[in-house]
Ligand binder design. Structure first.
Ligand code: SAH
Length: 211
């Protein structure tokens, strides 16, 4: 289903600068229409964020592809996602054979996505909790991906990142953020790269926005 729409989405992402064939292949093969409400499925393969209920959105495919590409992961890497939402980003990471752990604060979304993953046989491990505190039990992670916008870098997340691990997070005011890619050099040191002009829903929690 949606074969020509999928191909044209991949073309669009190539034109916007995504080069990883693995990532493009994942975008072509993961059925994004299954992660969004039935009423708006027609728009599933356009390069747009879409509403998924509870004032939340499924991220734009370009953003998902970009964040996945810059993390430069290998098969079997352990990755923590904060903000499961629809589960689409987690499904892309699972498709790429990462070990995916994902935390969502909204119980209804967590529950709905867990049911969907059970139906689709996606083996990401989900948890309903405040993800600004990370998920200490399975730390350290080779990578951490935060899919909601934060005022700052949550210290717990940096602590749970492995040395040489990468953490990508939108940081900035509530309406517009920069994506920051941190590479952990030691327990105290990191290098950072910045990519401007992204827009995410807020990360709400103890080490994020206080609502
Ligand atoms: N990765 C998602 C994007 C969802 S939007 C996708 O592919 O669809 C961001 C999500 O982050 C929302 O579902 C929101 O409820 C969640 N969120 C916000 N603050 C959070 C927190 N502190 N911990 C976990 N999830 C959080």
């Amino acid at each position: 289903m949606y074969e020509s729409e999928k191909k044209s989405l991949v073309d669009t992402l190539r034109k916007k600068g995504i080069t990883s064939e693995k990532v493009l292949n994942a975008i072509e093969n993961v059925e994004r229409h299954l992660f969004i409400p039935a009423a708006i499925r027609l728009h599933a393969y356009k390069d747009n964020a879409l509403p998924i209920g509870y004032d939340q959105t499924i991220s734009q495919p370009y953003t998902v592809a970009f964040m996945t590409e810059v993390l430069n992961l290998s098969e079997g890497d352990k990755i923590l996602e904060i903000g499961t939402g629809s589960g689409y980003q987690a499904a892309i990471l699972s498709y790429l054979e990462m070990k995916v752990f994902s935390v969502e604060r909204n119980f209804e979304l967590y529950n709905r996505t867990q049911l969907l993953f059970d139906q689709l046989g996606i083996r990401a491990v989900l948890r309903c909790a405040d993800g600004t505190l990370g998920w200490n039990e399975f730390a350290p992670y080779n990578a951490i991906i935060v899919t909601a916008g934060s005022p700052d870098l949550p210290k717990s997340l940096f602590r749970q990142l492995a040395i040489d691990g990468k953490l990508i997070i939108p940081i900035g005011p509530k309406k517009k953020q920069e994506l920051k890619l941190f590479t952990k050099l030691s327990d105290e040191k990191y290098s950072v790269k910045t990519f401007p002009d992204f827009s995410f829903v807020p990360l709400i929690g103890r080490e994020g926005w206080k609502e």
